[in-house]
Design a protein around this ligand. Structure first.
Ligand SMILES: Nc1ncnc2c1ncn2[C@@H]1O[C@H](COP(=O)(O)OP(=O)(O)O)[C@@H](O)[C@H]1O
Ligand SMILES: [Mg+2]
Length: 233
């Protein structure tokens, strides 16, 4: 589904990614974990075409997408739930969901407004409210719903549970579990190792712009103490 090899990227003269390698298989849920400032969001920006890679290969569903525009990459099938949510605050909930909706021709069972509202009933209750009036948790649900409405091959979530109350977090984890059960490929950045080890298949620890450790959930649990020290949680 997604393969990244030797990815390097910089902001001006400041290099941040030094040869990132990772893969996400069809139906897999994979995580990137690590301390702040290690290059997780930057990797996602490069995947989305928001930051041009200096070197490396990015393949999505067989297409070599390094250097493509963000629009073209989104259309091929990456749905992003960005760090900080970034919903369109002046649009209503429903307008947010419709704004970037797309029915990829090969999506067998495409997401619709109805399906998103079934997943997140609170969004339905607030469908005509402006997104700026939503709580943080509701905005996060809206950001996830908006990404799902693009019917992505790969769903990417960057710190989606950051700063949310435990109950809301649990709702987001259970949503991701449901998506995974339906075969959605997911790449997630988060700090909650307990939830990640339970839900995800494989994990990458990112340090200074490259992979410092990778393994299955069983390996993550076995080496948890050392990994927690590495990532500072
Ligand atoms: N727009 C930017 N311009 C310059 N430097 C940036 C920018 N965004 C992030 N950085 C730097 O790149 C490094 C990696 O950041 P980031 O990818 O956001 O880390 P993470 O998501 O792992 O916390 C940090 O040192 C950060 O300060
Ligand atoms: Mg980040």
């Amino acid at each position: 589904m997604l393969a990244v090899e030797g990815l390097q990227a910089s902001y001006g003269a400041a290099q941040v990614l030094y040869g990132m390698d990772l893969t996400v298989g069809a139906g897999e849920m994979v995580t990137m974990i690590g301390r702040n400032g290690m290059g997780k969001t930057t990797t996602i920006k490069a995947l989305m075409g928001l930051l041009p890679p200096k070197a490396g290969v990015i393949t999505l569903n067989g297409a070599s997408i390094a250097g493509w525009t963000p629009h073209r990459i989104a259309r091929l099938g990456i749905g992003l739930v960005p760090e900080g949510r970034q919903v369109f605050s002046r649009l209503s909930v429903e307008e947010n969901l419709i704004a970037t909706a797309a029915n990829r021709h090969d999506a067998g069972h495409p997401w619709t407004l109805q399906e998103v509202y079934r997943q997140f009933p609170r969004l339905k209750e607030r469908r005509s409210q402006s997104a700026s009036t939503l709580s943080g948790g509701e905005q996060q649900m809206l950001a996830i719903g908006r990404a799902l409405m693009t019917n992505p091959l790969l769903l990417i979530l960057d710190e989606a549970t950051e700063g949310l109350a435990p109950l809301i977090r649990a709702e987001i984890w259970s949503c991701l579990a449901g998506l995974k059960a339906n075969g959605q490929a997911i790449l997630v950045v988060d700090k909650n190792l307990t939830a990640l080890a339970r839900l995800a298949d494989r994990h990458y620890v990112i340090e200074k712009g490259r992979v410092a450790w990778s393994g299955t959930s069983a390996a993550l649990i076995a080496e948890r103490r050392a990994i927690e020290q590495r990532i500072g949680v």
